[in-house]
Design a binder for this molecule. Structure first.
Ligand code: ADP
Ligand code: MG
Length: 395
């Protein structure tokens, strides 16, 4: 089925207030929202100190909250229809309700940052698909973080909250993810993408062209080897840096290597490490080139950079699967499509496609037809604009 357009925000907030009232017998005092994300270009660059270029999607997670005075937290997810409860004096990860760990970890780390939480009733609703590679986890963390800070009456820079949420995911939930997801969920500006330097965390908002939208097509494929292959790539990148340091002693990461330097010294590297490095070095250059091209209104160049990124992830980094390749090839044939590529870690997940608004329905038809012909089932697809970042919707 084609992606269902979510209900307007007011209707979703009203529905969540009803859920909250049924669960907790009172009205929430705050409601916060935070979006999911999709990365336009810059894949497998984050852990190489490089550049990424995501947008926030117009699917978001809402968290309604009300303070308690007894240091208890009661959490209900309307998405999962599950509840969980803990005391702020004994915050431990839960084995039977692992989904609650994103919020448990937040309460632990906020307390450690001296944010005095009184206890809370919290209810979650979301239009972000879970586990589809558009970061429902960061949307949950950032929405819950925004709501909890409001209850505590504490203001925090969105970038500081993003780093705290990343820590929750890395150290409390146990997922080794970069900073991109939380950062874009917190700092996105509507109709803009965000150029983020993953080393310095400096960022810039870059306007997207009017009358264009972004299509996301989910292969529905989730390979068990994602984690082991991801770790293997990280090791290969580290090896590339180590060997290149023999001739380039000042480099700290592949981010510091130019395409010219790499071409000159590629013979120092084992063949596979050379290809992995070529992807990362080239991808960083492509992100910056895409930003320049967007600023100059050269959309054709942006599109070519997206296709080149995909080819590099397929041939040099070897993280695509046929399902992703079919979706990109099908998008390429559609009039009004600017560019298309896999997005996320790979081995399944989704593609991202930048296109003219009027191309959207033809893109959906074409990728669904091509995918169904080859794999016997349709991919999940949706169209989004670039949305704004986390905030309170009711205070
Ligand atoms: P992604 O971030 O790509 O969607 P993850 O595996 O990182 O995938 O995060 C998905 C997990 O986050 C879910 O399995 C669940 O534990 C938690 N989660 C996200 N959104 C919600 C929600 N609305 N309600 C409860 N748990 C959620
Ligand atoms: Mg996630």
């Amino acid at each position: 089925m084609a992606g269902v357009t979510p209900q307007p925000l007011v209707a979703r907030v009203a529905a969540l207030r009803d859920v909250f009232g049924r669960q907790f017998g009172a009205a929430p005092t705050v409601v916060a929202r935070a979006p999911g994300r999709v990365n336009l270009i810059g894949e497998h660059t984050d852990y190489n100190d490089g550049f990424v270029f995501p947008i926030a999607i117009d699917r978001d997670t809402l968290v309604a909250a009300r303070p308690r005075t007894d240091r208890q937290v009661r959490l209900y997810s309307d998405t999962l229809r599950r509840a969980s409860q803990w005391s702020l004096d004994a915050i431990e990860p839960s084995r039977d309700q692992p989904w609650s760990n994103y919020v448990r970890g937040l309460t632990r780390f906020l307390e450690e940052e001296e944010v005095a939480l009184p206890g809370a009733d919290l209810a979650i609703a979301s239009s972000v698909p879970l586990g589809a590679g558009v970061s429902s986890s960061a949307a949950l963390e950032m929405a819950a973080g925004t709501a909890l800070l409001a209850l505590a009456g504490v203001e925090m820079e969105p970038s500081t909250l993003a780093m705290l949420c990343q820590r929750v995911e890395n150290q409390f939930v146990g997922v080794n993810s970069g900073i991109m997801d939380q950062f874009i969920s917190g700092l996105a500006l509507a109709d803009h993408a965000l150029l983020l330097d993953c080393r310095s965390l400096r960022y810039e908002h870059v306007a997207l062209p009017a009358d264009h939208v972004i299509g996301v097509a989910d292969t529905g494929v989730k390979h068990g080897l994602v984690a082991s292959e991801y770790n293997a790539r990280r090791v290969e990148c580290d090896e590339g840096v180590r060997r290149l340091q023999e001739v380039l002693p000042d480099i700290r990461a592949l981010r510091d290597v130019s395409p010219e330097h790499l071409a000159t010294h590629a013979t120092l590297l084992p063949e596979r490490v050379a290809r992995r490095s070529r992807h990362v070095v080239g991808e960083n250059a492509r992100v910056l080139a895409a930003v320049d091209a967007l600023r100059n209104g050269n959309l054709a160049a942006v599109g070519e950079l997206m296709y080149t990124s995909h080819a590099s992830l397929r041939d040099d980094y070897e993280v695509t699967v046929p399902e992703l390749d079919v979706l990109v090839d099908a998008a390429r044939g559609v009039r009004g499509v600017v560019g298309s590529r896999m997005t996320g870690g790979g081995f399944g997940g989704s593609t991202v496609t930048l296109m003219e608004r009027r191309a959207a329905s033809q893109w959906e038809r074409s990728v669904r037809r091509a995918f169904r012909e080859r794999f016997g089932r349709p991919p999940a697809t949706f169209i989004t604009a670039a949305a704004s970042g986390a905030g309170l919707v009711l205070s």
